[in-house]
Design a binder for this molecule. Structure first.
Ligand code: PFF
Length: 443
């Protein structure tokens, strides 16, 4: 159940939409390599630490951190791990729901045959028209928000768990089918070269920071989601093995999405691999439009993307909800409505950033880009850094040992060493250099 919930949280828009487009923006192979190294060396150890904190604390992330710091007689500063997560979750949800709204909007269009026989030009025109229409964006974002808040408020998370158990494998199968299509119809070799042949000339401090931030984003780390789910993990389950399975599935889905999208991109010279957030929404509909049975496959694909986004969105809101219930006496229903409304209202900024406010920038970023930057490139790595320092250096050693000792003791030693000596300096340096590079480029 934990694997299902954690995979449901991890696999989402980050894998299918964001990974391909940021890979395109950052020049391909070298970025993918750095991303994989970040997952292995930083993401997995921090994920083990986060699950362990959750299982140990057995409460909402904010309270779990409060309990753990009090138990060890530590400074209240460490509570900020829980806090930062709740805030980051709301900020991420605010733009996540807008993008998930795009996926929702594509479901009926696929069914209607809008993309039947469409070329890149038509597909691009459709997407541009959608982004220009703020009331349509608002309607779809609101529908997605109602679905997310509704399912959590009604306490039907269990029902969703069952749905996810059936639908995630289906998403996997569908991605496989897309891969076969891309292999037969697209430029598979060009895509493989682009994704897997590193060209380090294209790499900057900024792109390394993006890879680091994305490795946390895609594994749902630095946010408390995984900590909140860790609270439900049985005491005798192996944290290490479970985390490895989740990270592997997550990475596989991202790479499959990349290999489904880029062959189509490279077979159509008018699609720019560095096009940004529109990459998935412009390139794949062209493929569906040309496929036999593409109407149905396309519809199914966007339904599955929506469901993957849905199970991630639920985990974005859960830490805040759990805290309001435990600490502020809210019931599940009102806690959800309150947080959902806050994220929804903030999402209006993201909607406008694609039309009326497209010229309004904050430090060189549109509202959407600023939200993304603040959360995935600053807040998540920062919380990840705090978690690594807290578990590696500050928390009493026995706590981690007793939680993890059921696991192989050699692996435990390796994990602790990486968490202490690799994670804090690596995350710290990437954060600093990345921020410096970003702002130097903006000025
Ligand atoms: N991991 C999700 C994705 O890749 O789409 C996004 C996400 C969910 C990030 C939950 C953070 C989180 F806590």
């Amino acid at each position: 159940m934990f694997i299902m919930a954690a995979t449901g949280s991890a696999v989402g828009l980050g894998n299918i939409w964001k990974f391909p487009y940021i890979t395109g923006e950052n020049g391909g192979g070298a970025f993918v390599l750095v991303y994989l190294v970040c997952i292995l060396l930083l993401g997995i150890p921090v994920m083990v630490a986060e699950v362990m904190l959750g299982r140990r604390g057995r409460q909402s992330p904010v309270n779990a951190m409060r309990e753990l710091t009090r138990e060890a007689g530590l400074h209240g500063f460490w509570n900020s791990i829980g806090w930062l997560g709740v805030v980051a979750g709301l900020l991420i949800l605010s733009y996540y729901s807008v993008i998930a709204g795009w996926a929702l909007a594509y479901i009926p269009e696929m069914g209607k045959g809008t993309f039947q026989g469409a070329g890149v030009v038509e597909s691009q025109a459709f997407f541009d028209a959608l982004l220009a229409d703020k009331s349509r964006l608002l309607a779809w974002q609101s529908l997605f928000m109602v679905l997310t808040v509704g399912v959590v408020a009604c306490g039907v998370v269990k029902g969703l768990g069952v749905a996810v158990r059936i639908l995630m494998p289906l998403l996997f199968v569908l991605l496989l089918a897309m891969l076969v299509f891309a292999y037969r119809e697209g430029d598979f070799a060009a895509a493989a070269t682009f994704l897997f042949r590193p060209d380090f000339g294209a790499l900057t401090g900024r792109s390394v920071l993006e890879a680091l931030g994305h490795s946390f984003f895609t594994l749902s780390l630095g946010m408390g989601s995984i900590m909140a789910y860790g609270a439900y993990m049985p005491a005798d389950a192996s944290i290490g093995k479970t985390v490895l399975v989740v990270a592997l599935l997550d990475t596989l889905v991202a790479l499959m999405a990349g290999m489904a999208i880029f062959p189509i991109v490279f077979a159509n010279p008018s699609i720019n691999p560095a096009a940004g957030p529109e990459l998935l929404f412009v390139s794949l509909p062209v493929a569906f439009g040309a496929m036999p049975g593409g109407l149905l496959v396309g519809m199914l694909f966007f339904i599955l993307v929506t469901i993957a986004a849905w199970s991630s969105a639920i985990s974005l809101i859960e830490p805040g909800v759990a805290w309001l219930i435990e600490q502020r006496g809210f019931n599940r229903f009102s806690a959800n409505i309150l947080l959902g409304l806050m994220a929804w209202a903030l999402g209006l900024g993201t909607i406008l950033s694609f039309n009326d406010w497209s010229g309004v920038t904050f430090g060189g970023f549109t509202f959407f880009a600023a939200m993304d930057f603040l959360t995935s490139r600053i807040m998540l790595p920062l919380t990840g850094l705090f978690i690594a320092i807290f578990v590696g250096w500050v928390m009493p050693r026995m706590t981690a040992k007793s939680e993890l000792n059921g696991d192989n003791s050699k692996m435990y030693g390796l994990w602790l060493w990486v968490l202490r000596y690799i994670c804090p300096p690596a995350i710290g340096v990437v954060l600093l250099v990345g921020l410096y590079d970003t702002f130097a480029a903006a000025n």
